[in-house]
Write a protein that binds this ligand. Structure first.
Ligand SMILES: *Cc1c(COP(=O)(O)O)cnc(C)c1O
Length: 379
């Protein structure tokens, strides 16, 4: 069986965890490995931001919604084609969700959709860089700047990707990454909040520390450690940061191997696209990806079901996602606010994701590719 994902372990993870544990004095949050990871990430993002490690990307999104002081009834525009956390973070603050359709070539939110859904109540736009491929950030950034709307990037899948040479995660006032084991750079469960506007930094540290000024206290900046704001427990354990540090040190190499696998899929499956049997992802101008995931579009929802069944029978663990949020039990409440989202509704039922992980071998890739060719020969 070729798995869909294999969590990577590439070098010093165990050694660093051992260091974190054996020193024995700091295995909770905000310890030495946490700081090393934050510095590496800040450098990778070009140095103009602050990064805080969190327990997950979900937590980082919740922190973003808290930091922006969103109120009941504030409207948030986000794609329906995303993971539930993009929505939950804002729903927890009582926001109204406006689900946007996606561009057929990228499965990303488009400016036209943002324009369609924007009202006087719009406070935040949340672009999701699907598969690590950038949204149209020039357009979204200037749209938000003109209207004083916040931009929060859900860059969960996009660490190492860029737009116009600028790293994703540096466009919004705030941005979030995930280190869940299904992402490129991992530590089991984990995330990061990127703060691109310095005015949020002090409060972000407080919110991450359960609403206390603990971080300032330990730096000797205040003489009492006390409750000063709302917050929650969003700090990552230093044991997990130790694993993460080993991964971050090898980030370019990890992303490069995934991009090579991605290109090989494209090259080998191109003939099927030329015969009109599938559609492949287009390479979009100005975007530079990180090989996070590979998908193709089948011709119909029946073909998607048949292909998934065939691949899995033949030992290739292919999957699909997302079930559009505006059609889910929880999201349907907002569906009258967004209208039909035809591209999302169509393409999420045509999409098939193929196995993709660090060090997926040529033989494994060939087996996946051959199985897809066999599927079309038989059908
Ligand atoms: C993975 C993912 C998340 C959630 O990340 P966690 O670290 O598991 O909380 C959020 N948004 C998107 C787009 C994701 O892919």
């Amino acid at each position: 069986m070729i798995p869909f994902n294999k969590p990577s372990m590439i070098g010093n993870e165990a050694d660093y965890i051992n260091q974190a544990v054996s020193k024995g004095h700091h295995i909770s949050g905000n310890g030495p490995f946490t700081k090393k990871c934050e510095h590496l990430l800040e450098a990778a993002l070009g140095g103009g931001c602050r990064v805080l490690l969190t327990t997950s990307c979900t937590s980082a999104l919740e922190m973003a919604a808290l930091l922006l002081d969103l109120q009941e009834g504030d409207e948030v525009i986000l794609p329906s084609f995303t993971f539930v956390s993009t929505a939950n973070a804002f729903l927890l603050r009582g926001c109204v969700l406006k689900f946007a359709d996606v561009d057929p070539d990228s499965m990303n939110i488009s400016l036209a959709e943002v324009e369609r859904l924007t009202t006087k109540e719009t406070k935040v736009i949340v672009p999701v860089h699907y598969g690590g491929v950038s949204c149209d950030m020039d357009a979204l950034k200037s749209f938000c700047a003109e209207r004083e709307i916040y931009l929060v990037e859900d860059a969960a899948q996009a660490l190492g990707s860029s737009y116009n040479g600028k790293p994703l995660g540096t466009f919004g006032e705030l941005a979030t990454f995930s280190f869940h084991e299904t992402k490129n750079i991992i530590c089991g469960e984990g995330g990061a909040l990127v703060i691109n506007d310095p005015k949020y930094f002090e409060r972000a540290e407080i919110i991450r520390e359960k609403g206390t000024n603990r971080s300032q206290f330990f730096r000797g900046q205040v003489d009492k450690y006390t409750w000063v704001d709302i917050g929650s427990s969003y700090v990552m354990s230093d044991m997990l940061a130790a694993y993460l540090f080993a991964q971050l040190e090898n980030m370019d190499e990890i992303n490069k191997l995934r991009e090579e696998a991605f290109s090989y899929y494209v090259e080998q499956l191109r003939p099927l696209e030329e015969q009109g049997l599938i559609k492949l992802q287009k390479h979009l101008p100005k975007t530079n990806g990180n090989g996070h995931l590979f998908y193709l579009l089948t011709q119909s929802s029946e073909q998607q079901k048949d292909m998934l069944e065939y691949l899995n029978e033949q030992g290739v663990n292919a999957v699909f996602h997302y079930l559009p949020l505006h059609t889910s039990n929880r999201g349907v409440q907002f569906s009258n606010l967004c209208g039909a989202l035809p591209i999302t509704e169509k393409q999420s039922y045509q999409l098939v994701r193929l196995p993709m992980y660090h060090k997926i071998s040529r033989d494994e890739l060939d087996q996946v590719i051959q199985t897809i060719y066999q599927f079309y020969k038989g059908s």
